[in-house]
Design a protein around this ligand. Sequence first.
Ligand code: NAD
Length: 333
Amino acid sequence: MNPVRFAIVGLGNIGSRHAEHILQQANAQLVAVCDTDMAKCAPYTALPQYDNLDAMLQNTTADVLCVCTPNYLHASHTITALQAGWHVVVEKPMALSVAECDSMIAAAELVGKTIFAVKQNRYNPPVVAVKKLLDEGRLGKVFMIQVNCFWNRGDSYYSQSDWRGKKAKDGGCLFTQFSHFVDILYYLNGTFQTTIGAAVANFAHQHNTEFEDTGSFVLKASNGAIVNFNFSTCSFEKNMEGAITIFAENGTVKIGGQYLNTIEYQQIKGEAIPAVNISVKNNDYGLYQGSMSNHDKLIANVVAVLQNGAQITTTSQEAREVVRMIQQMYDGV
Ligand SMILES: NC(=O)c1ccc[n+]([C@@H]2O[C@H](COP(=O)([O-])OP(=O)(O)OC[C@H]3O[C@@H](n4cnc5c(N)ncnc54)[C@H](O)[C@@H]3O)[C@@H](O)[C@H]2O)c1
């Protein structure tokens, strides 16, 4: 079987991870790279390199474009690639508004191509275990969910790239840092439609961000559960926690650690789930620490879907719903 041919636009922190995993993946081939900053393309000496997406699309025969550019470019880069007849892997967040997501989905439907959304935390072993528990109905009715994301983003993070911290290009912490957690909340418990309370403030990042660095939300999930969602990028000096605790009729379970990497607590009716604790496999970007590094599984899923008709891990409709939930949270402030 011919390998799935990938190209990448945007070779910063995450684009270079996509490259690494495509190069390691059986049945995948990296055929071209593009970045407006050609120095970012330089390591890929064996590949054609481009400083603009249109030129790469015109001169490259490939199956999939990985869109790893800043948030505000996801919609236009995705639509351009779809119109050129390519499938697209789009980094999180899918886009910065529901309207943009809808344009992307419409463009994909028009050409019959697929948008693969990046939500790599769905592959975290503790998330997989709790998802199974919920899908099997073992926890019964969910009463309350507590989401706590307390990370650190310092000056070096914001000075590293010119889009970070800009409202129009970055969107805010719920888009860039904590969309991972909105997605896992959605993945485990479904959506919410009601905001009961919301408060945000910019305590420590007024000199380098145009939006909040801290927020607290009370939401009512569509299944009736009360959701308490707290976040901050002000955790002193380092990431402290990225956790989701579920209180349900037949059990309490906490996925914790810095990035949803452990089962930190469980008291469940019946058999316990494995006590997973993964301490090393997160994305280390040097100046800051990110989520768990599961992009290998993401690329493997794209290959499996395109070659064998496997089930896609995160659809564009699901990623759109995450953007809608984020938009609703901000609208409630
Ligand atoms: N899934 C994850 O865990 C994860 C982690 C980090 C970042 N991200 C997402 O990935 C995206 C990129 O983040 P990053 O941290 O790698 O940013 P970055 O600033 O390190 O990299 C972005 C790259 O895009 C290039 N670029 C900008 N405009 C371009 C254009 N018009 N054409 C071609 N290249 C262009 C820049 O030169 C830069 O090299 C963001 O949307 C971010 O939210 C996801």
